[in-house]
Write a protein that binds this ligand. Structure first.
Ligand SMILES: Cc1ncc(COP(=O)(O)O)c(C=O)c1O
Length: 512
């Protein structure tokens, strides 16, 4: 039997039992109907969840959720209508989500999303453009590049700059240290890591950051074959910013020991405190010693849109690379982030061509394949989300949202300072307020510190397990603390007044 005949027969055989059309987007009525039904039923389920939501979490124990799924088969023999599946998951998944829109959901750098971007998400998933090669994403590639070029200008990078969308701050920080390492070797040791692997000098490489820099600095160093011990941390100032005098001193010390500082990571918006390292001072030091400066602005990068606080990230344009997370203070759905690079030639160490994907003939013919500057191959069209959100909201309103939340954090800090039940750990720079509850009495068999550590940790846990509030926790100089990450522009001062009273009530209930 000829191949052609076999294929036709197979198709006929399948089509007799199943009409595949309703499963894929095409021009048929069946397809368009099932598309509409799928999107509308998911929208209805989310609306129902939002309307019935009373607190940020239902309070259901993790085991109860696990029990529900324990007898569910992932791939049943026969499927059912998507509407039915959504109704099914509504009961367990939607009802038991962490409602990031709730006024009392303020633990992490985890934001509510702006509505225009949800429309973009539908388009992204429906059209499924892959950003690795231009033939999979013609206009999308151009929009990603256009968005990146605009972002570089917003951050005042020069015309030599470029960038790429990434899956998050973790990937962006990793790319920064990868490029810092590889470009150091290329320029100073005439050594290509791409060709030869790590050079003999690798054990001397050092990356310098503050003690409160994000853990992905260490994680990246380890993945990059330099090990945790290559990361040298600087004790921060009392306001959790990097001590630039100590930084310079440390560089001198490392050099005198024959070690090689290859990168400095400055943080613009530390995860716990929102503190911003002195970017101008650090940049001057980095330039003086010719060390790559990466600005981790995963959190604070959004200040580029602020109407009042843009100056807090002044100097960021002096960095060699930066991380900006849109799924934090830009109110974008996960995931959405960018890595920006001041001199696009530094991407060359990533350059790799694959015959099937980005052959050299493409570049010669002006076809842009973004994979050439990425560590991902298949990649989502996340740039559309930022594009649609920025076009729909505009700078004035976006900036006001951010400014409102920063002002709210400042007012909440004052409130906490005025309440004897709490100690404020540091004045907030942007959206994070870190504080410690102080109990009125301490049980006889405990020290005050032990008891307050216990109470703070259990307040967080009990609020979460009851679902009343999702507040953050951290440890500051060895003391257990609570944290509000105030990203939501719909949360107001009175909400937080109420939450502080709830925290006090919960704290008083805690027993040994
Ligand atoms: C300062 C900073 N850098 C990097 C990251 C990692 O980002 P992501 O979670 O998007 O990978 C975070 C996450 O909170 C962060 O706060």
């Amino acid at each position: 039997m000829s191949m052609e005949l076999l294929e036709t027969k197979t198709l006929i055989a399948y089509n007799k039992t199943t009409d595949f059309r309703k499963y894929f987007l095409n021009k048929s009525r069946e397809s368009l109907h099932s598309y509409e039904e799928a999107v509308i039923s998911s929208m209805d389920a989310v609306k129902k969840a939002i309307l019935s939501e009373r607190q940020p979490y239902s309070g259901v124990h993790p085991q109860e959720i696990a029990d529900f799924f324990s007898d569910k088969i992932l791939l049943p023999k026969e499927g059912k209508d998507v509407k039915e599946v959504i109704e099914d998951i509504y009961e367990v998944i939607l009802k038991n989500s962490a409602f990031v829109n709730d006024r009392f959901c303020l633990a992490h750098l985890h934001c509510p999303v702006v509505i225009p971007t949800i429309a973009a998400e539908i388009i992204i998933s429906s059209l499924n453009q892959s950003m690795d090669s231009w033939d999979q994403s013609p206009s999308a590639t151009i929009i990603e590049q256009h968005t990146i070029d605009n972002l570089c200008r917003m951050f005042e990078y020069p015309a030599t700059a470029d960038g790429i969308y990434t899956s998050g701050g973790t990937q962006s920080n990793f790319m920064a240290l990868l490029l810092a390492r590889d470009n150091y070797c290329q320029k100073n040791l005439n050594w290509s890591i791409q060709d030869n692997g790590l050079p003999p000098e690798v054990s001397k490489f050092r990356i310098i950051c503050s003690e409160v820099a994000h853990f992905t600095v260490k994680q990246s160093a380890s993945i990059l074959g330099m090990g945790y011990r290559s990361v040298v941390t600087i004790k921060p100032n009392d306001d959790f910013t990097m001590d630039s005098v100590a930084l310079e001193y440390k560089i001198e010390e490392l050099k005198s020991e024959g070690l090689i500082p290859i990168a400095i990571v400055a943080t613009a918006g530390t995860t716990d405190f929102g503190s911003i390292d002195p970017l101008n001072e650090i940049a001057d030091i980095a330039h003086k010693y010719d060390i790559w400066l990466h600005a981790d602005a995963a959190f604070g990068g959004a200040l580029v849109m602020s109407n009042k606080y843009r100056h807090k990230i002044a100097g960021i344009e002096k960095s060699d690379s930066m991380t900006v997370d849109f799924h934090k203070l830009f109110y974008q759905p996960i995931s959405c982030s960018a890595f920006l690079l001041k001199d696009k030639r530094n991407f060359d160490v990533l350059k790799l061509t694959a015959d099937y994907l980005n052959p050299e003939i493409n570049e010669e013919n002006g076809i842009p394949d973004l994979v050439t500057k990425s560590i991902q191959t298949t990649k989502r069209f996340d740039a559309l989300k930022t594009y649609v959100a920025m076009q729909s909201i505009g700078k004035t309103v976006y900036g006001d949202m951010i400014d409102y939340t920063i002002d709210l954090a400042g007012n909440v800090a004052k409130l906490i300072e005025s309440d004897p039940s709490f100690v404020l750990c540091t004045q907030p720079t942007i959206n994070s307020v870190v504080f410690r509850y102080i109990a009125d009495n301490t049980p006889e068999n405990k020290t005050e510190k032990e008891w307050n550590d216990h109470v703070n940790a259990h307040v967080k846990l009990n609020l979460l397990l009851s679902g009343k509030a999702i507040v953050g926790q951290t440890v500051v100089n060895g003391f257990a603390c609570l944290k509000f990450t105030l990203l939501n522009p719909l949360t107001n001062f009175e909400d937080i007044e109420e939450l502080l009273e709830i925290i006090k009530e919960e704290a008083k209930k805690i027993q040994i």
